[in-house]
Design a protein. Sequence first.
Length: 498
Amino acid sequence: MGDAVSSQRYTPEQRTRYREGLNQDLETFDAYLQEAEFVDHGTIGMELELNLVDEDMQPKLCNKQVIEAVDDGDFQSEIGAYNFELNHPVLSVAGDGLDQLRQGLTTRLDKAEAAAETAGAHVAMIGTLPTVTPELLRDPNWITDENRYKALSNAIVEARGELVHIDIGDREFFEGDFDDVAPESTCTSMQLHLQVAPNRFAVAWNASQAIAGVQAALSANSPLFVGRKVWHESRIPIFAQSIDTRTPELVAQGVRPRVWFGERWITSAFDLFEENVRYFPAVLPESREASGTPEMRGEAPALHYLNLHNGTVWRWNRPIYSPGPEDEPAHIRVENRLLPAGPTVADMVADAAFYYGMVHFFIEQNRPVWSRLSFQDAERNFFTGARSGMYSRMEWPTLGHIDVGELVRGRLLPQARKGLEMIGVDPVLIDESLHIIDERARTRQNGATWQLRTLNGLKPRVTEPDSPERRAALVRMMELYRENQATGRPVHEWPVTG
């Protein structure tokens, strides 16, 4: 979805021609995957989605002005007019890579904040902005004025044939209908990239799936959807429901959702691309000619149809094929999409270190964890972690049903450390990052629990959703959130104040 498209709607003929191109691209990819030379050294990268707020912590619809003011190719728009995205250049995690990531994020966020101030806004780095209201999401001005976003929203609603229905609950609940995919704009994430050689992609993806539940629990930062206290990582169900093209009847028939954990461990990167083509109809059937994409980039096929289609199937761990620059071979990477933005740069670098360390450790095991963990248990862990955060219990080989904090501190942190050591990460940086994860697990304070504890501590302590008292409390909570965020201290150190 990163590329512009030429239209907001498509004809049956365009869809038919697109299907032909998509099937041809899949065959080309299969042959290329077996025979071609790919980049075989690993690198990491990050995409970070951000919110814009005004002085009263309300969403500010000014992303175009901010992007123009920042005037930097590392930033681009997102679907909501109060969202934008930061893209960090790729680097190696070895040596001082984690410190380079920290410095790079800090520099770019400072630049983004300065640009936001020229538009009368501030940057809010949080999984779900709690001051978003149902009224904003029903205002047609919520969406960024670009064809690619309007085409996506039109296609989702037309495929479903009904209003977008959101139904989420835990301590509180929200249920409502929307004319378009506006609720999706509330879901701002941190996406980690891991480039691997094709023959190691399957184990890297399987490892990412196995650890997804723990990641969701440890890093939850989205407990408030339109001000309601719902899942600790409410982005997971809200995103899935916003982009669902299925009617209730198709759900009952077992039709697969476009936002998808998956259904099996894999043996090749091709498995995922083939499933995407086999199971999901085109959402944006933009022709290669209309997009201006060449057939080849250097020696590698550009695979316009396959890549565009792949971008409209939202796996939580997504496979990415990139033809690369003119003078370099193509590469394949895992895009780990399940983490929320924030709370601080220190927290996000620690999350990245934990993910990369765990994946590398699992890759190097003779008997990988997924040979002893059923895929169904991995999926249940994921949704349990998203719902209950640091209060989750996970299923884990040899340990059975175990508290997630105990699992992290007793089993996974030593493994993440070994993985980072095998990569060659600076020992001081390993200590700094994994200490943050350890303390987060010990205190059970991540972004989600801090938000809930702080909101519960504000007076009046009992408020009703959508009431003036609740909305005022959400504003105060966000003010405190940004004040703590500005200190740079990881969230487990944040005081809970009323």
